[in-house]
Design a protein around this ligand. Structure first.
Ligand SMILES: *[C@@H]1O[C@H](CO)[C@@H](O)[C@H](O)[C@H]1NC(C)=O
Ligand SMILES: *[C@@H]1O[C@H](CO)[C@@H](O)[C@H](O)[C@H]1NC(C)=O
Length: 428
């Protein structure tokens, strides 16, 4: 949101959002502003108290078989909510419903997200897949035996353990980088383009390559699902917040039947219209994300003292990419060509897998130097398999287009001798 500073300072959240000039479509005028807006944070920035609260809520929901229910539900609707425009809006409601269930166990719990991009080089080495958080690869019978999901069984398909199946030598293929997502945020003028650029790439590869139950239609059985989708939802929310007037209620493309979508379409098997979930902070969508708040610098009441001190500034990573040839910027990072760009269309921050999000504002934190030997050696993201594309009802042409674009971007960055700040010397 680009607001006059005086109005941002002088008025409360409600007024600030009205100043932004969002014109709600018919029906949406009646959605009221939430009295309490929670801030979803990167999993690694939770305090141990917040993490314990989250864990306890998830374990409660698990023991009452909510996890089975959400897995079952997702499987029932899957062919309608993937590979088309319903993807973002349906999953936004889905994870919000889950968060509400979790509140039945821990009233103050907030769903975190997993910034999978900063782990893209070496996902299996991410602390998020370690003992402290969600546990790693499946062991005997591919059953997960570490972390939060240690020895989980679900029952709706029969009594089965929760499985994960990484690739060879317990490692996971390369995922999509902050550079890629930044590029998609800057070059997707429509909802449908953003959806295709995210679902067919970042979204799919995380599911497919964690494998096991994540690579099925009942993937919500794996507790990783919710943090991955919270991150996908964050990218969508950031894209909306770049231009709230234009994008809050932008909805285009087609549904699973090939029909043009409309704001009044009901989300599959629900009585909720698409427009009801689009504006964060309104109706039942009483949350936002830390990256959006930090970038906006408004609605100060929502921020902790530490975050309030945190002014958005171009990160070292951003400065590196801005020095690339103009032609490359024009093709992949049009906003970096401008003097001023929205921090919301930039995932290039000085953060690392071990120091996520909060480190951006942490003066004493210096990100590790990227390894010179990786200059010009950015890896390609992994590809989706034929089986996955079929299972998810994705459009093979659309997937190919997203993958080829991502690879062309990697080629050009490498040709320009770019050194990605998110690559580490894994031999060390
Ligand atoms: C969990 O499922 C596995 C099969 O995947 C089974 O061998 C094991 O006995 C189950 N554990 C419990 C506690 O039911
Ligand atoms: C800030 O940086 C210091 C030193 O690197 C680190 O120990 C601390 O955990 C960081 N705090 C946050 C909130 O990231």
């Amino acid at each position: 949101m680009r607001l006059p500073l005086t109005s941002a300072l002088g008025l409360g959240l409600l007024c600030v959002q009205q100043v932004a000039g969002i014109t709600p479509p018919p029906g949406a005028e009646s959605l009221t502003a939430c009295s309490d807006v929670s801030v979803r944070k990167e999993i690694r920035t939770l305090s141990s108290e917040e993490w314990n609260t989250y864990k306890s809520a998830v374990e409660g929901a698990k023991s009452d078989r909510w996890i089975d229910w959400f897995g079952y539900l997702h499987e029932r609707v899957s062919s309608k909510i993937h590979g088309n425009s319903e993807f973002f809006v349906y999953h936004r409601k889905f994870i919000n419903d889950y968060e509400k269930i979790l509140r039945g166990y821990e009233p103050n719990v907030v769903l975190p997200y997993w910034n999978t991009m900063i782990d893209y080089q070496n996902p299996s080495g991410s602390p998020v897949l370690g003992d402290k958080y969600f546990g790693g690869n499946g062991a005997t019978g591919e059953c997960v035996s570490t972390g939060l999901a240690n020895s989980w069984n679900f029952t709706y398909l029969g009594n089965e353990c929760l499985q994960r199946k990484f690739g060879e030598a317990d490692s996971i293929v390369t995922w999509y980088s902050p550079e890629y997502v930044t590029s998609i945020l800057q070059s997707s003028p429509t909802y449908a383009e953003l959806r295709a650029g995210i679902e067919n790439s970042l979204h799919g590869i995380v599911h497919l390559s964690i494998g096991g139950d994540m690579n099925t239609m009942h993937s919500p059985a794996d507790p990783i699902f919710w943090l991955h989708h919270s991150n996908i939802d964050r990218v969508y929310a950031q894209w909306q917040a770049v231009d709230p007037d234009e994008r809050t209620y932008m909805y285009d493309g087609t549904d699973s039947t090939g029909k043009e979508v409309s704001l009044n379409d009901k989300l599959t098997y629900t009585s909720t219209a698409a427009y009801e979930v689009m504006r964060l902070g309104y109706g039942n969508m009483c949350y936002t994300y830390d990256t959006i708040k930090a970038a906006d610098g408004d609605s100060k009441s929502l921020l902790s003292t530490r975050q309030r001190k945190c002014k958005p500034r171009p990160s070292k990573a951003t400065q590196t990419i801005q020095k690339l040839p103009v032609k490359l910027l024009t093709n992949y990072y049009p906003s970096f060509n401008k003097k001023k760009f929205s921090p919301l269309e930039n995932e290039m921050s000085d953060i690392t897998p071990k120091q996520p999000m909060a480190a951006e504002c942490n003066k004493s934190f210096t990100p590790p130097k990227p390894s010179e030997k990786l200059r010009g050696k950015m890896p390609y993201p992994g590809r989706l398999s034929k089986d996955y594309i079929k299972m998810m009802n994705l459009n093979p042409k659309e997937v190919k287009a997203a993958e080829e674009r991502a690879r062309a971007m990697v080629d050009e960055l490498n040709a320009a001798n770019y050194l990605s700040p998110y690559l580490f010397d894994l031999d060390k």
